[in-house]
Design a protein around this ligand. Structure first.
Ligand SMILES: Nc1nc(=O)c2c([nH]1)NC[C@@H]1CN(c3ccc(C(=O)N[C@@H](CCC(=O)O)C(=O)O)cc3)C=[N+]21
Length: 299
């Protein structure tokens, strides 16, 4: 059997289109556009690229984009003061502080300073708690994007299906497990201390890999017919492309996985583009809630 490639790029374009279409009615109802503030501390080249593509996508969706770039040696208190100004700014619906932060800052202190109703990353403990208890809130972009891809293939109800999430981070693994559980899947969270990971993965109808280890999940670990979502984005050496060249691979050995699985997300072009599209979706949702408007449908 050859599995299908789950095209995250195409799905993300569709979601971005639906977000864009909802901006005009929001503007008509409120007299302003939804606004996203992105804060970047330091000069990490990868972070600069991500922040640049977020800005471009925000503007393309018809929303306001506010970029704040601070030097790497900014005191934590100054960053928190900026977050507090953004909390108080009525034109800002979403606040994203790009991670990782420089070592001298406590990420948790910075995240907890964000107004939970503007926390479009869904990283604030209030949003983590809302997700865990089934209350409406803002859900982290990457897991929500993964869930949308799964729903598209398997429907909204995952009753009777077993899911394994590999990785237990607060930004992907844990919220992913909560979303799968809320959809009635039977959920296992595996991690670096799990015994016989291949055997655990072989039992799963749904595999979400989010560990950051290039091509760790092999094709022969998969249950025939499994749906595989690869969150990993790893840059590895690619000498076959020439000296010093690199390429991106996921946490799943993609070509092997295609032999056994039912469907697999590629890297790049899978979960990554969904993350940015969901960020725009979360900003739109936050804007509607803050304005007291009902959530736009079909998002
Ligand atoms: N507060 C915060 N929120 C984040 O959401 C956040 C963050 N910090 N820090 C960094 C990570 C990483 N991240 C990605 C978003 C899009 C792609 C993406 O679109 N990737 C493309 C292309 C990758 C490439 O070509 O380099 C793809 O997978 O097809 C990847 C990674 C968001 N992050």
């Amino acid at each position: 059997m050859t599995a299908e490639r789950i095209d995250g790029k195409v799905f993300a374009e569709g979601l971005r289109g639906r977000v864009s279409s909802a901006v005009a009615p929001f503007l008509a109802a409120t007299g302003r556009r939804p606004g996203l503030a992105v804060v970047l501390v330091g000069e990490d080249p990868a972070s600069q690229v991500y922040v640049g593509s977020k800005h471009k996508a925000t503007v393309e969706a018809g929303m306001m984009s506010f970029e704040h770039r601070l030097p790497a040696d900014t005191p934590e208190a100054d960053l928190i003061a900026l977050v507090e100004r953004l909390n108080a700014d009525e034109t800002v619906d979403g606040i994203l502080v790009q991670l990782p932060l420089p070592k001298h800052m406590r990420e948790s202190a910075v995240i907890e300073a964000i107004d939970p109703d503007k926390d479009v990353d869904g990283f604030h403990i209030v949003n983590a708690g809302r997700l865990a208890t089934g209350l409406p809130g803002l859900v982290p972009c990457t897991p929500l994007g993964c869930m949308m891809l799964l729903e598209d293939r398997l429907g909204r109800d995952l009753s009777g299906k077993s899911a394994v999430v590999i990785g237990r981070s607060n930004i992907v693994g844990k919220p992913m497990a909560q979303l799968l559980l809320a959809a009635n899947a039977t959920v296992t969270i595996a991690h670096s201390r799990t015994a016989d990971l291949p055997a655990v993965v072989r039992g799963a109808d749904i595999v979400v890999a989010a560990v950051g280890r290039p091509e760790m999940v092999r094709g022969d670990w998969l249950k025939p017919g499994a749906v595989v979502i690869d969150v990993g984005i790893n840059r590895i050496a690619a000498p076959e492309r020439g000296e010093g060249k690199t390429r991106l691979v996921g946490d799943v050995a993609y070509t092997e996985a295609l032999e056994t699985a039912n469907a697999v997300t590629p890297v790049p072009g899978g979960v990554g583009p969904m993350t940015i599209a969901v960020l725009l979706r979360n900003t739109l949702v936050a804007a509607h809630r803050r304005a007291g408007l009902p959530a736009p449908e079909g998002l």
